[in-house]
Design a protein around this ligand. Structure first.
Ligand SMILES: [Cu+2]
Length: 375
């Protein structure tokens, strides 16, 4: 039910995935994954947010959680828009197209009316390539409370947060009655975050309802600790189109992983910035270039920014579900890179069955293709 390039939904067709939500409360998203065409689909608007709620979560109940009132989805996308108001799509080299107009939830010059002292912003970078350095015009601090895969153990106070393509973060920011403050993005050291842009204006009402303080204990999962004998795999991200000397091949299984394993995946990046994403897992970042992490990077994630010429090690927890013939993907989430072949496939199998799994996948039968027809 993961929804990869093996499951095309033909024009007029229907795909009916069913699953049990086992995720922690988190901000997730969805988009199409057709091989070689993801960039144009997402750029043209086929993407959306999924909020996983957990009403039993005590810490979450103290965070702003009134959707659309003090709990605001903020989907960040950059676009090029022509004189007729049309989105312009172009196949631009290296990172793909980066627009010079900023959309929040599909809206230009976005603002939100704030009626409470604290608001929670669920940030999603749904851009094809651009990295955002989220900050407020007056450099006010905010509390980071959740990463890609859910709440942090404790809030982290920040004035600036880097968010690469496909990464999510939840922040809580405080407003004073009657004020207006702009959340924007600022230039940083990366090559995919040039420019200073306004993203979202917070417009606070003349009087604001009080909000509880952000709890010191958020109850989120701590870092994953790989076992002493954890299997380690290395992935060399090369140019903009290959991993470990190979481009994506839908008939090739690159890695076979035992169900429930916690492994160490090491990413080596020789050139260009990349954002590495793994389907079906959560992971913790262990270190960057051998150095310990900043507190804001210690949450559970599924996508990690890998600056050029750097090494990142991850502790990755794999699912319990097994299926030797339905692969998951790992790939760069800069969509032009994904489309160009910077992607590989892994299957999750019963522990002990790894060596008996075929590394060749027959994709001709369409066993994984969504069926067409009426319902
Ligand atoms: Cu990339």
């Amino acid at each position: 039910m993961d929804g990869g390039p093996h499951q095309p939904i033909t024009a007029g067709g229907v795909w009916e995935p069913r699953w049990e939500v086992g995720n922690a409360a988190s901000t997730a998203w969805y988009h199409p994954h057709p091989h070689g065409q993801t960039a144009s689909h997402v750029f043209r608007g086929v993407a959306g947010l999924i909020v996983v709620d957990d009403p039993g979560d005590v810490a979450a109940s103290q965070l702003p959680r009134d959707y659309g009132v003090d709990d605001i989805p903020v989907i960040l996308q950059d676009r090029t828009i022509d004189a007729n108001g049309q989105v312009v799509w172009d196949a631009v080299p290296t990172f793909g197209q980066m627009g010079e107009r900023m959309l929040v939830n599909g809206t230009l010059d976005a603002f939100v009316d704030v009626t409470t002292r604290r608001v929670r912003l669920r940030l999603l970078n749904a851009s094809n390539a651009r990295l955002y350095n989220v900050c407020f015009a007056d450099a006010r601090p905010f509390a980071l409370v959740a990463a890609d895969q859910g709440l942090l153990p404790a809030p982290v106070d920040l004035t600036r947060l880097a968010l690469g393509p496909a990464e999510r973060a939840e922040i809580v920011v405080e407003c004073a009655p009657g004020e207006r403050v702009v959340m924007g993005t600022a230039s940083g050291p990366e090559t995919i975050d040039e420019g200073d842009f306004a993203l979202l204006e917070l417009r606070a009402a003349a009087s604001l309802r009080d909000s509880p303080a952000v709890p010191a204990d958020l109850g989120g999962a701590g870092p994953l600790a790989p076992p002493a004998q954890a299997r380690a795999r290395t992935f060399r991200l090369q140019g903009h189109d290959a991993i470990n000397d190979r481009g994506m091949d839908m008939t090739r299984i690159d890695e076979v992983v035992p169900a429930g394993a916690v492994e160490i995946w090491e990413l080596e990046n020789n050139v260009y910035s990349h954002n590495f994403h793994i389907h079906g897992v959560d992971f913790s970042i262990l270190d960057r270039d051998g150095r310990p992490l900043h507190a804001w990077e210690t949450g559970r994630k599924d996508t990690v920014h890998v600056p050029e010429k750097s090494r990142v090690r991850l502790a990755v927890r794999f699912p319990q579900f097994t299926d030797p013939s339905s692969p998951y993907m790992y790939h760069c989430h800069i969509l032009r890179h994904e489309d160009a072949g910077m992607m590989g496939q892994f299957v999750v199998v019963e522990p002990g069955a790894e060596s008996s799994v075929s590394h060749t996948l027959d994709t001709r039968g369409g066993a994984h293709a969504a069926h067409s027809g009426r319902h």
